[in-house]
Design a protein around this ligand. Structure first.
Ligand SMILES: [Zn+2]
Length: 86
């Protein structure tokens, strides 16, 4: 990964560590180990005309944090974390 991308992910990890004040156990299996994806993901809006057609419109940039044991995944909005412009 490019250095700029890695720096943004490290910034996101710091944000999560500073702001996650509750229990860090997984809601599914209770494990407390998490790993962050090595890329910023995205979630697209549903196409207005059909739910099943690809949508090329705006997307939400997401930081992906997954449970090391079961894969349950938390998604953080990268704009709210301050690592991407809205
Ligand atoms: Zn889990």
């Amino acid at each position: 990964m490019a250095a700029a991308g890695r720096a943004r992910l490290e910034q996101a990890l710091r944000w999560i560590e500073e702001n996650w004040i509750g229990e860090k156990s997984c809601a599914i299996c209770g494990n407390t180990g998490w790993f962050m994806g090595d890329a910023i993901g995205e979630m697209r809006q549903i196409n207005q005309g059909s739910r099943w057609m690809p949508n090329t419109g705006p997307a939400y940039p997401l930081i992906v944090l997954s449970c090391e044991n079961c894969g349950y995944t938390l998604l953080f909005n990268a704009i709210v974390l301050g690592i991407m412009d809205g």
